[in-house]
Structure formats: structure tokens, C-alpha cells
Design a protein. Sequence first.
Length: 393
Amino acid sequence: MNDWEIGLPEALERAASALPGAADVIRPANGDPGQLARGLGAADARSVLAWLLEHEPRAGEELALAWAEDPDTADPVLDLAPEQLPKPARKALRRVLHHLRSRGVAVPEVPPAATVATLAPLHEGIDEARVTALDPHGVRIAYLATDRAGGGVRLFELALDEARGVLEFEVFEAGRSRARRFLREAAQRETWPAVPAPSESVRALIARAAAHQAADRSAPRHFAEWRTRLSDAPEGTRTPGALAREALGAGAADPALVSGWVRDGVLGPWPPPFARVQALVDRLDELAKGLVIVSAAARREQVDRAVDDALDEIYAGEERGRIADLFEETAYVWWQTGREAEARQAVAAAAEFRTRAPRENPVARAMIERLLSPALARARAESEAQAPAGGAR
């Protein structure tokens, strides 16, 4: 359903996320068509090929040609009926079948289409989703496109914040081709591209955000009307971030690298509730206004100690889990946009946040230092201005 020119291994990884029943065979095959065919049963092989032809036609055609070259793996190709696939997939499969006929392979003939008007087949339906990366506040946009009773598509746009819930909500109606064009263009934006994600995973994401709706901020008007439909995911459905964690695994973390991303504004700081940082802000103000003159080095040590002492309180309990989730959601977007090495580091940073004490985690410190950079600058700068030349005696 998109026109991205990605390779077969990457397309198969997306198929694994969309077809969890076949994922345990798809991923170990590492993009090898022969190994994949040998591991899949007949029904799963047809499902994987049909999914690729529909969602990644170029990669689907590549897999179909590879399978068709070997009589032992050609059956899933020959068993698919072009008329049962959407138009781009139908064209790709017909090219493969034409190639086989030109080599003398017997290919089942497609019966002529009846000239009787019928309802659109169920496979023409649309149930697609996209998600953007997170902004510095931890907000992201999610899109869901679903069939509308009576024809056309409903396109939902939501601004989600896992600390404050659903912040914005819009619903539009459009034709299927227009809705798909909108989703394709959203995926191709230079800034904040909206990457494809399994619709059930995005529903799980919406459900998680809605469960954290802030008491002092009501959900947007009309969201309650659609909440059940938009957040109805089977129990245990993985969010996009959880899919990234599972696919990319636990690699070695490089806290210095991730801390640098935080300081440079590449990700974070995803502020915690202000109540969690109020005590630290007050302490930094006290240090900035301190009447006792000490050397700049001594004051910097006081400031650093104040930050260290506050980290465990700021990132206590659920807050550590929330930040870890946001690192994984960032990893999903990076993974889907070809930044796999960076995505693995984001997954590793998430694991560090869950298992490492905040005061011992350089990334936690970098996030707070970026968040409170004005207060920290005041505390450090005023102490240096007050200190006499040569330091305190």
C-alpha cells in the first residue's frame, strides 16, 4: 500500500510484524526465499506472499519469482488467484505468471470476469495505521484509516501523550484512493514522517495513552464516541515499540552516545510531571541565590550533587517504565526509516532505564540537565559571578 522501494529482507520483517503466526519462520530465514519456503506451511506461504504482493509489491514480486524458479517452492505462487488481490498486487502476480508461461510452465488460466455488478470484495477493505516519532514533550501523531459503512474511508488523526493521554482528535471521511494517498504522503514527509505500523499495534498504543488521560485534561470532544473502536486490540497486543524491542533484541548500550543525542535535541527530554522536578528546581534556585560565597568548582559540585540526589525520585516507579517505552517507540520509527543501528541503541537505552538506578544512568542525567538547563545555568553562572578572584578562602 505504499511505494517505498525497500529490499526483500526489510519487507519480510514488516510481514513478520503483520503476520505474527508466521513470524517465527520469517525472521530466522533472514530474507532467504528458499529457507523461508521450506519453513512455512502451504497456507502460511500463501499468506506471506499475498501480504507482500499487497503491501510491498516489488518485494512480493521478487519473492514470487524466486519461488517460481524452483518446482519445489512454486505451489504458493501458482495457488494464488490474481482476481482475489488488490490492483497493485494483481499486476505484480500477473507479471510473474507471464514469466512462467514464457518458460513453458503450465499456469492455471484465470476465468473471465463476470459482467455482473457486485459489491466490492472484502479484501479491498482498508485498515491501515501510521505513527510519527515523538516530539520533545513526548507527543506523537497516530493515523488510522478504516472502512466506513456505506462506502469510503474514515481517517482518524490523534495526538497521543503517554503521560497526559489523548490530546487532540480529528476524524475525516474520504474515498479509499484519497485516504491511501494521504497516508503515503504522510510517510514521505521529510520531517516527522508517519511510518506504517500494524493497525492492532496502533490501537494498543491509543489504548495505553487513553488509560493515562490526565485528571485535569479531558479527552477531546467526540473521542469518547470512537474510543472503543480505536482502542479495541486483543489482550497482549504489542505496541510498535514492543515490536521493535522484540525484533532488534537487546544489544550493548552506549550511554555516552544516547546522552549526546539527548543533549543535542535528537530525542527527549520527555518531561516528567512537574511535581517530580519541583524539589530540584527549588534546590537549584536556592543555590543560585546562596549568600555563602564559594568557589565556582565547589558550587558546580553542589549543583551536580543536587541533580544526582533528585534523579532516583524523579524517575521512580512508573516514570522509568514510561521513559523506557518512549525510547522503544522512538526505536520503532528509526527502524522503519532505515536507521537500524540507532534504533538498536534506543532499545538498549530503554533496557538501561528499566534496570539501572537513575542516579547511575548517564542518559537520565542528560535528560534532566536538558530539561532544566535554564535553572542549572543560573545556579552555576551566579556562583561564578559571586566568587572572588582566586576562589573562596
